[in-house]
Design a protein around this ligand. Structure first.
Ligand code: TYM
Length: 331
């Protein structure tokens, strides 16, 4: 059976980008057709300046939102990364497989290290080695597929390279995974700056729709989205990035093709209104289930506890095999 692994990092409130690029597919498709694991990757939240209380809060909220989005713990495994030691154990072997040059080439490292320097913080070593931990997350579970948004495909490519290299050097140990992207909305852009990704850790939230934003707030943010100076509604990411983004969001929400949708609009205003309505309707059931789950925190904790137990049992044999393969003595 196909094995799927993916994760979300608790560095901010989950966004519409996270939902359309990744989480919605996990809930609507992946968990039904494969043996799937979905993880709140909290160790990854420590690679930049962080507030411990906030990471704790956001981890709990992310797990609750994954369940609210429809992940069914009877069908898939939902857990928190730091509850399963195998991730950190295997990460070290990945650091021994990857090269310094490979890590420095990662776009996310370049962007985030520049950000850390600009705000006067040192660049944490873990920011550089982040892709080794991400590779460990995936390889520990012998995942075949990794459903992610476009921004994470470079990391999955690196994971493939590391798996192949490790297998060649030490004998077949890891499944070589591949990234899967959504057909539409693989890269949802910031509504205020449609040339950059809608990211949960941006300082200003004006261009970011959060999953827990109230309908009025969603409306305001979408209606104020930056569009282009032209008047024609076309789906052209290079020439009209703001309009293209709205068309993709609307298309992803309603299951229509953005190019075809463009032909049905003659004004930006109507497009914005329809996109805002569609996002509100998309988020409504998630928000309702979230409210119910928040009222029962014991349930979420129990799901995570059971999930970690299952995940540990799955990861352990592969990580042990990798330890033996590189020459470490059996304890
Ligand atoms: P993270 O937490 O930044 O994002 C979680 C998922 O959401 C996708 N995503 C987007 N998709 C479309 N448009 C956007 N604007 C947008 N923003 C985010 C991301 O591509 C991702 O699929 N390194 C990962 C977390 C991770 C992981 C893993 C993922 C750690 N280990 C192993 C898969 C497998 C990250 O920072 O995702």
């Amino acid at each position: 059976m196909t094995r799927i692994f993916s994760g979300v990092k608790p560095t901010g409130h989950l966004t519409l980008g996270n939902y359309l690029g990744a989480v919605r597919r996990w809930a609507e498709d992946d968990q039904y057709r494969a043996e799937a694991l979905f993880c709140v990757v909290d160790l990854h939240a420590l690679t930049m300046e962080h507030d411990p209380a906030r990471v704790r809060r956001l981890s709990r909220q992310a797990a609750t939102l994954l369940l609210a989005a429809g992940l069914d713990p009877e069908r898939c495994t939902v857990f928190v990364q730091s509850h399963v030691d195998e991730h950190a154990r295997l990460s070290y072997l990945m650091e021994c497989t990857a090269t310094d040059g490979e890590m420095r080439r990662m776009i996310q490292y370049k962007e985030k290290s520049a950000q850390a320097k600009a705000s006067g913080d040192g660049v944490r070593l873990s920011l550089l080695t982040y892709p080794a931990l991400m590779a460990a997350d995936i390889l520990a579970y012998s995942a075949d597929e990794v459903p992610v948004g476009e921004d994470q495909t470079q990391h999955v490519e690196l994971t493939r390279d590391l798996a192949v290299r490790f297998n060649q050097r030490y004998g077949h140990t890891f499944v070589v995974p591949k990234a899967t992207e959504p057909v539409v909305a693989a890269r949802v852009m910031d509504l205020q700056d449609p040339t950059s990704k809608m990211g949960k850790s941006h300082a200003s939230g004006a261009g970011i729709v959060y999953l827990l934003d109230e309908p009025g707030v969603v409306h305001k943010k979408v209606m104020r989205a930056v569009t282009d100076s032209g008047r024609e509604v076309v789906h052209d990411r290079a020439a009209s990035p703001g309009v293209a983004n709205l068309l993709e969001v609307l298309g992803a929400c309603t299951g229509q093709e953005p190019g075809a949708l463009a032909g049905t609009y003659t004004s930006y205003g109507v497009l914005k209104k329809d996109a805002a309505d569609a996002v509100v309707e998309l988020l409504r059931p998630v928000q309702e289930r979230h409210a119910a789950l928040v009222a029962d925190p014991g349930h979420v904790e129990e799901v995570l506890r059971r999930g970690a137990g299952r995940a540990r049992a799955m990861a352990r044999p592969t990580v042990d095999a990798a330890y033996r393969a590189v020459g470490l003595l059996e304890p």
